[in-house]
Design a binder for this molecule. Structure first.
Ligand SMILES: *[C@@H]1O[C@H](CO)[C@@H](O)[C@H](O)[C@H]1NC(C)=O
Ligand SMILES: *[C@@H]1O[C@H](CO)[C@@H](O)[C@H](O)[C@H]1NC(C)=O
Ligand SMILES: *[C@@H]1O[C@H](CO)[C@@H](O)[C@H](O)[C@H]1NC(C)=O
Ligand SMILES: *[C@@H]1O[C@H](CO)[C@@H](O)[C@H](O)[C@H]1NC(C)=O
Length: 379
């Protein structure tokens, strides 16, 4: 009896200590919990229960003059007749910065090689690089000179006179949709991509051709973020103050690393940019805001990677569209991912079985290199 009583006391005591620990951790980390859990619960509830973003139309509408004053910078380098071919499958904007000439060169000699695309894939694709000016006034002159030289050779740069900084990314978005409207409105699809992305051009072209033959419209495809909350931590580069966006959830949008829209959607987004306040600096979120005011919603494609880097494997290469975070390995990846033996690696019963097993191992195990979702293993 006595022993039992002691054991019960000891048990309660341990319980008490445990609860204290939990509470003190909770209190100490409340800020983290608040940011990571509470804000997500709030935003998902908003997204899935209320799911009405009418306020964007109301709160962000500005006059046409005010809207066009956002991002109306003069062009320093431009090529208005880039899209002279009548039959153009894709206009692809690579968002780059003046100093990233190595990345641009890597893209030109791999997935962005227009000669290769024309010759091997049989379609017209235009790849152009969009940028502002170098933010450092001391370096600007020299870099500008190099850009002029680079452009003399390749004639594929488009530059406007704004500081090329993270907080000016929405300006770069406006540049893309306005330039496309003015100079390339007949391209059947428009893509926007980061300069550290890998695009599996043969897979992308095959898929766009198919969609085009089906006469697709209303298409906006990529890695979709649904019900993402605004970041309120001041030290984050994604920080957005309440005065700028007071609601708990952003409208759905695709990761800015790489997404595709059809011609009609590009035209609608352009129209939306003529009536919205473009001061929100996160370009992909702003794209979501434009889209929702014109009734366009994004579709998920499991092989658009968002922020993640694709695992290296032929079963992945066979299906992948984009992969993010590449620099030095772009040449290697281009070689292995477009090798002839990749085609049909998953054909037949055993091929399919093999690739499904491989992809389950690569994509469905929790790991630190998140790329395609587990769903991709079964598609
Ligand atoms: C682009 O592709 C063509 C045809 O495949 C090839 O001859 C050329 O060397 C490539 N260009 C670059 C810069 O790699
Ligand atoms: C964006 O570019 C404009 C024009 O160069 C500049 O005045 C502004 O400071 C830049 N904004 C940011 C946040 O860098
Ligand atoms: C656009 O929004 C910003 C931030 O909310 C605000 O400061 C600015 O006055 C707005 N601009 C116009 C033209 O309404
Ligand atoms: C947003 O407002 C514009 C004009 O103010 C209107 O033409 C459009 O239909 C509205 N869109 C939505 C989704 O309510």
């Amino acid at each position: 009896m006595f022993m039992n009583f002691r054991r019960v006391r000891k048990c309660q005591f341990l319980q008490l200590i445990f609860m204290c620990c939990v509470f003190s951790t909770l209190i100490l980390c409340w800020e983290q919990v608040e940011h990571h859990v509470v804000s997500h619960i709030k935003s998902y509830s908003y997204r899935y229960l209320i799911n009405s973003y009418d306020f964007i139309n109301k709160s962000f509408s500005v006059s046409r003059e005010e809207a066009t004053s956002f991002g109306s910078f003069p062009y320093l380098i431009d090529h208005k007749n880039t899209c002279r071919e009548k039959d153009l499958l894709l206009l692809l904007f690579v968002k780059t910065s003046p100093e990233n000439s190595v990345r641009r060169q890597a893209i030109r000699s791999t997935w962005g090689n227009q000669t290769y695309i024309k010759k091997e894939l049989g379609v017209n694709v235009k790849v152009v690089f969009v940028m502002g000016v170098h933010p450092d006034g001391y370096k600007r002159g020299a870099i500008q000179k190099q850009l002029q030289d680079e452009d003399l050779i390749h004639r594929d740069l488009i530059q406007q006179d704004f500081l090329d900084t993270f907080h000016n990314l929405t300006v770069k978005l406006l540049l893309q949709f306005r330039w496309a409207h003015a100079n390339c409105a007949h391209a059947r699809f428009l893509m926007s991509a980061d300069d550290d992305i890998f695009v599996h051009m043969p897979n992308l072209v095959r898929s766009l051709r198919q969609l085009s033959n089906q006469g697709v419209a209303d298409l906006w495809v990529g890695h979709v973020h649904r019900g993402a909350p605004p970041i309120r931590r001041k030290n984050s580069k994604y920080y957005v103050p309440v005065q700028m966006y007071q609601w708990s959830s952003y409208p759905d949008y695709t990761a800015g690393a790489g997404y595709v829209v059809s011609r009609d959607v590009a035209a609608k987004i352009y129209q939306a940019t003529l009536s919205l306040n473009a001061s929100l600096h996160i370009d992909d979120v702003f794209m979501g805001m434009c889209a929702i005011t014109v009734g366009v919603s994004p579709q998920e494609h499991v092989y658009f990677s968002g922020e993640g880097k694709a695992p290296y494997h032929p079963c992945i290469y066979e299906k992948m569209i984009t992969s993010h975070g590449h620099a030095d390995d772009i040449g290697y990846l281009w070689k292995v991912a477009t090798a002839p033996e990749v085609n049909g690696v998953s054909s037949g019963f055993f091929g399919k079985l093999y690739c499904t097993a491989v992809k389950i191992r690569l994509l469905c195990w929790p790991s630190f290199t998140m790329t395609y979702s587990c769903k991709a293993a079964f598609s």
